[in-house]
Design a binder for this molecule. Structure first.
Ligand SMILES: [Zn+2]
Length: 558
C-alpha cells in the first residue's frame, strides 16, 4: 500500500501515525488490530489450511447493519483437531454449522472457536458462520466524498476479521467468492472476475465475484457505491477498468490513463499477471492506495484531485505503478509474516522507480531518472535510521502499522537496487521472474527470496541479506588519497559508521587535470587501500558516481 500522509523530505517522525490518530485525522483503529502474533508465522497454519472463503453479505438500504454468511472450506492438517480457531471481531454470531450440522462455538473478543467433529488428517470440512451487526472496522458504510452511500473494505494489516471470520494472517492464503446483495443503486466490485449480477426483488441486486487464485485475507475486499465504470484497456486478455464516483470521472480518466501501459510493462518484466482482471477503484481506503488483489483501492481524494499534469505529466502514475507491482509482490507472492513486509513494499517502491527508468521521468529515460529516485529514497532511509537505529527486519515491532516505515519502503527498494548491482541486470531480472514463478499464489520469507537469487546468480548471498536486511544501518564512508611515487596514488577508504563494517562493490571515479577513469573495487573491512597508476597527479576521487550504494559520506579535507 502507499501511506496516505506524506512526510516532509528527510524527516520521518516515529509514531507519526499515532500523532495523526490523536489529532483525529485517521479513523480510530481498534485495539484488536494491534494484537501481536506470538512468533513469526501463525501457529494455526500447522493445524489447518483454509482453502476457500464463500462470503455472502447483505448490505442494508438504510442504517449500517450488515448480515453475513461466511463459509470456510479448510483442510485439517492436525488429526483430531477439536476446535477451529478463527479470528472474528465484534459482530454477533447467530449460528455455526460444520458440514451441514449445527456446531457449538465460543465467541470472545477477536476470537471464534468452532467445535469440530472428529476427523482425519486431510479431511476437508466446511464451517459456515451466520452473523450480523455494524462493523466497527474493516468494512466502512459511510457517505463518500460526494455524500453518496458507499461501502468499502479496508483490511490491512489484520482488520478483515471485523467483517468476516477467518484465519486473518498472511501466511494462510485462500481463494474467495463474494456474493453481495445490495440496493440496486450500488455497483459492487470485488476481487477476481464477475460471475453474475442478478436482480433479486424490486430494488436489490445480488452480485458475485470470484477469484480463483489464493490471496491473503488482507486483500479480500468488496466496494459498493454508484460507480462510473470505464474500460481503460486490455493487456494480454486482462481487462483494465476504472471505477470512479461519477462526478470524478474526468479526474479518474487522468489518474488511470497509464494503467494499461504500466500493467503491460510489469507483465513483461515479472511474468504473467496473476489475476482475471485489474480494476482501479476510487474508494475510502485510509491508505493512499491499497493493493487489493485485482481490485486496487485508491484514496478518493487523490483520485478526485488527479489532473494528469503533475510530476512526470501525471500525478497518479507513481501510485498506480506502486500498487500494480503489488499484484505480483505482496498479493501473488505474499510475505509469510508482516515483519517481512519489505518483500512487498520494497518491491513496489523499487519497481515503480524502474518503470520510470524505462519510460522516462523528470530526468528523461534511463539511469539518471532511476538515480534521482533512489537518491530521494536514500535520504529518507538514512534519516529514518538516524531516528530509530532499526534494521529492516524488526520482529520486535508489534504495531504492524509502524511497519509502514522507510525501512520497509525506501531501504527495501535500496536492497533490490544494490542486489541488482551485485549480480548484474540479466541475473537480477531473471531471479525476480524465478522468485515470482516459484512462489506465485503462495507465501515467502526473506530466506526464500535469498535462496532464489543465490540459485539465479550462483553466488552465496547470505552475507548480503544479513547485512542489509537483518543488521541496522549503512556504511558511512571517508575517503583519502595521497601520491605514492611517480604516476601513482594511494586511495584509502574507511568505514566510520557505529555498526560493523559492510561488504560491497564500489565504483570510483579517479580524476586528474585532463581526464577521469572508472575503477571498481571490493570493500570488506574497516579500512582498505588501493594503489592506482594515473597519467597525471590524482586530484579527485568520486565515490559511487552512479548511485548504487546506500551510504553516507564523511566529509574531510586533506
Ligand atoms: Zn505498497
Amino acid at each position: 500500500m502507499t501511506r496516505r500522509f506524506s512526510v516532509p523530505e528527510g524527516v520521518w517522525l516515529r509514531g507519526s501515525f499515532a500523532v495523526l490518530l490523536a489529532a483525529g485525522l485517521v479513523p480510530p483503529i481498534s485495539a484488536a488490530a494491534q494484537v501481536p502474533a506470538a512468533r513469526e508465522g501463525d501457529a494455526r497454519t500447522a493445524a489447518v489450511d483454509v482453502l476457500h472463503y464463500d462470503i455472502r453479505l447483505e448490505l442494508p438500504s438504510e442504517g449500517r447493519t450488515v448480515r453475513g454468511r461466511t463459509g470456510i472450506l479448510f483442510e485439517l492438517l492436525e488429526p483430531g483437531l477439536r476446535e477451529l480457531p478463527l479470528d472474528f471481531g465484534a459482530l454477533t454470531v447467530d449460528s455455526v454449522h460444520v458440514d451441514g450440522a449445527a456446531a457449538a462455538f465460543r465467541h470472545r473478543p477477536d476470537r471464534l472457536d468452532v467445535q469440530l467433529p472428529p476427523a482425519e488428517r486431510g479431511a476437508r470440512p466446511e464451517a459456515v458462520i451466520w452473523y450480523h451487526g455494524e462493523p466497527v472496522d474493516g468494512l466502512f458504510l459511510q457517505a463518500n466524498r460526494h455524500g453518496d452511500d458507499s461501502v468499502f473494505a479496508d483490511n490491512w494489516p489484520n482488520r478483515a476479521r471485523h467483517w468476516f471470520p477467518g484465519v486473518d494472517h498472511p501466511s494462510d492464503k485462500a481463494t474467495v467468492e463474494f456474493e453481495v446483495e445490495a440496493p440496486s443503486v450500488l455497483d459492487v466490485v470485488a476481487n477476481g472476475y464477475l460471475r453474475d449480477a442478478v436482480q433479486v426483488g424490486r430494488d436489490r441486486t445480488r452480485t458475485r465475484w470470484t477469484v480463483t487464485a489464493e490471496i491473503p485475507t488482507y486483500c479480500m475486499v468488496v466496494g459498493a457505491t454508484d460507480f462510473a465504470v470505464t474500460r481503460v484497456g486490455e493487456v494480454d486478455g486482462v481487462e483494465v477498468t476504472s471505477w470512479a464516483f461519477p462526478p470524478d470521472s474526468a479526474a479518474a480518466a487522468a489518474a488511470f490513463a497509464r494503467a494499461p501501459e504500466i500493467l503491460a510493462f510489469y507483465d513483461s518484466l515479472f511474468g504473467p499477471f496473476p489475476y482475471e482482471k485489474l480494476a482501479h477503484v476510487q474508494s475510502s481506503t485510509r491508505f493512499g492506495g491499497m493493493e487489493n488483489s485485482s481490485a486496487i483501492f485508491y484514496d478518493e481524494k487523490r483520485v478526485g484531485a488527479a489532473t494528469g499534469r503533475g510530476e512526470n505529466g501525471d500525478d497518479m502514475t507513481d501510485l498506480v505503478a506502486h500498487e500494480t507491482v503489488h499484484q505480483w509482490f505482496g498479493d501473488a507472492v505474499t510475505e509469510k509474516d508482516w515483519h517481512h513486509l519489505w518483500l512487498s513494499e520494497g518491491f513496489a517502491e523499487y519497481f515503480a522507480a524502474v518503470f520510470f527508468e524505462f519510460h522516462g521521468g523528470e530526468q528523461g529515460r534511463g539511469a539518471a531518472e532511476l538515480r534521482r529516485r533512489m537518491a530521494q529514497a536514500a535520504a529518507t532511509a538514512i534519516s529514518y535510521f538516524g531516528e530509530t537505529g532499526e534494521a529492516v527486519y524488526n520482529p520486535g515491532e508489534r504495531d504492524y502499522l509502524e511497519l509502514l516505515n522507510p525501512n520497509n519502503y525506501q531501504k527495501g527498494a535500496w536492497i533490490l537496487h544494490m542486489l541488482r548491482r551485485q549480480v548484474g541486470d540479466p541475473v537480477f531480472f531473471e531471479g525476480i521472474q524465478s522468485y515470482y514463478a516459484t512462489f506465485r499464489d503462495g507465501t515467502a520469507w526473506t530466506d526464500d527470496f535469498e535462496r532464489v537469487m543465490e540459485e539465479a546468480s550462483g553466488l552465496d548471498l547470505g552475507w548480503f541479506f544479513e547485512q542489509w536486511v537483518r543488521r541496522p544501518g549503512h556504511p558511512v564512508l571517508a575517503i583519502e588519497h595521497a601520491p605514492a611515487g611517480r604516476g601513482r596514488a594511494v586511495v584509502t577508504l574507511r568505514q566510520e559508521q557505529q555498526v560493523a563494517p559492510f561488504r560491497f562493490p564500489l565504483d570510483l571515479e579517479l580524476g586528474w587535470r585532463s581526464g577521469t577513469r572508472r575503477e571498481v573495487v571490493s570493500v570488506q573491512g574497516l579500512e582498505t587501500s588501493w594503489t592506482f597508476e594515473t597519467p597525471e597527479p590524482l586530484e579527485t576521487v568520486v565515490l559511487d558516481p552512479d548511485g548504487w550504494l546506500l551510504h553516507e559520506v564523511q566529509r574531510r579535507s586533506r
